[in-house]
Design a protein around this ligand. Structure first.
Ligand code: NAD
Length: 299
C-alpha cells in the first residue's frame, strides 16, 4: 500500500483516484470544488482541507489539472514545500512540453522526483482503469511509478525523458484531429456524390483510408454503433479538449519551427468549432459543421 495524494478530482481525476482506492492504496485528495470532493469521499478517498495537508506524508503526489499554469502555480505555491523530501510527483494533466519540463525542474530543485504522465482514453478509460499513460521520466522514476500507473491504466509507455510524455500526447492528438477532419470531409463528399455512408465505411474501413477516427469513432451514425455519432455526439472526447490539445500542438510547432500546414489549420477549425457550440460535443461533431458549410454550395 502506498500513500498517494491526488489533486484535481474532476472528470478524470475522480475515477482515477477511485481506482487507486479500490486497489488498496491510501489516497488523500484535494480539489477546490466541493462537489468533486464529495464525490471522491463517497469513493473512499480521504478528503484533505487544503493541498498542503494532502501532500504532507504522501509518497506519491498525482496532479490532474486543466492546464500547465495550474500545475506550475500549485507546485510553486506550496505543494513542493509541503511534501517530504524525495516525494514522487506525477503530473497527468495534458500540458505544454515546456511547462512539463519546468514542473519537473521545480520538483527536482525542491528535492523531489518528477515526471509527466498524460493520458488518453477519456473518462471511460479513467473509470475502467484502462487509460494509456505516456510517460516522460528517467528510468528509475519510471520504474517507481509504473506499479501505481498500472492500477489506472492498461498501457504504460515510457516515451523518454521529462516532457516526452506530453510530446507523445500532443503528436498523437494532432494525428487524431487532422484525421477526423479528413474522414468527415470524405463522408460529406460521399453524401454529395450519392454514396451511402455504409458503403464508404465498408470500403475505407478495410482499405488504405482505415484509421481510428473512422473505425472506432466514426462521425456518422450507423456503421460503428458505439461511436458518439449514434448518441447525438455526446462525448467521447469533447471538442473543447481537442481544441486545447491542438492549441498545445500549435505552440510546439511554432517553438520548434516545424513546417506543418495541416496542423495549424486543424487547430483553427477546432477552436472555431469549440467557440461556436461544439465545446461540449464529441469532436467528431465537426462533420455537422462541414455539412452545414456545404449547404447550397454546389456549382
Ligand atoms: P476537469 O476540469 O473535470 O478537472 C480538473 C480539476 O482540477 C477540477 O476539478 C479543478 O477544480 C481541479 N483543480 C484545479 N486547480 C487545482 C488545484 N490547485 N488543486 C486541486 N485541484 C485543482 O478536467 P478533466 O476532464 O478531469 O481533465 C483533467 C486533465 O486531463 C486536463 O489536462 C485534460 O486536458 C486531460 N485529459 C482529459 C480527458 C477527458 O476526456 N476529460 C482525456 C485525456 C486527458
Amino acid at each position: 500500500m502506498t500513500r498517494i495524494a491526488f489533486l484535481g478530482l474532476g472528470n478524470m481525476g475522480g475515477p482515477m483516484a477511485a481506482n487507486l482506492v479500490k486497489a488498496g492504496h491510501e489516497v488523500v485528495g484535494f480539489d477546490p470544488v466541493p462537489a468533486a470532493l464529495d464525490h471522491s469521499r463517497q469513493n473512499g478517498v480521504t478528503v484533505a482541507p487544503d493541498p498542503g495537508s494532502a501532500v504532507s506524508g504522501a509518497e506519491v503526489v498525482i496532479t490532474m489539472f486543466p492546464s500547465g499554469k495550474h500545475v506550475i502555480d500549485a507546485y510553486s505555491d506550496g505543494l513542493l514545500a509541503a511534501a517530504a523530501p524525495g516525494t514522487l510527483f506525477i503530473d497527468s494533466s495534458t500540458i505544454d512540453v515546456e511547462d512539463a519540463r519546468t514542473a519537473r525542474s521545480l520538483a527536482v530543485a525542491a528535492g523531489h522526483r518528477g515526471m509527466d504522465a498524460p493520458v488518453s482514453g477519456g473518462v471511460g478509460g479513467a473509470t475502467a482503469g484502462t487509460l494509456t499513460f505516456m510517460v516522460g521520466a528517467d528510468v528509475a522514476d519510471f520504474a517507481a511509478a509504473e506499479p501505481i500507473l498500472s492500477v489506472m491504466g492498461g498501457r504504460i509507455v515510457h516515451c523518454g525523458d521529462s516532457g516526452a510524455g506530453q510530446a507523445a500526447k500532443i503528436c498523437n492528438n494532432l494525428i487524431l484531429g487532422v484525421s477526423m477532419i479528413a474522414v468527415s470531409e470524405a463522408f460529406v463528399l460521399g453524401e454529395k456524390l450519392g454514396l451511402s455512408n455504409q458503403a464508404l465505411f465498408d470500403v475505407a474501413s478495410t482499405a488504405s483510408g482505415q484509421c481510428w477516427a473512422l473505425t472506432t469513432n466514426c462521425p456518422v451514425p450507423g456503421p460503428v454503433p458505439a461511436s458518439p455519432a449514434n448518441r447525438d455526439y455526446q462525448p467521447g472526447f469533447a471538442g473543447a479538449l481537442m481544441a486545447k490539445d491542438l492549441g498545445l500542438a500549435l505552440a510546439a510547432l511554432e517553438s520548434t519551427g516545424t513546417a506543418a500546414e495541416l496542423a495549424p489549420l486543424a487547430a483553427s477549425i477546432y477552436r472555431r468549432f469549440a467557440d461556436e457550440g461544439g465545446a461540449g460535443l464529441d469532436f467528431s461533431a465537426i462533420i455537422k459543421t462541414i455539412r452545414e458549410n456545404s449547404e447550397g454550395r454546389a456549382a
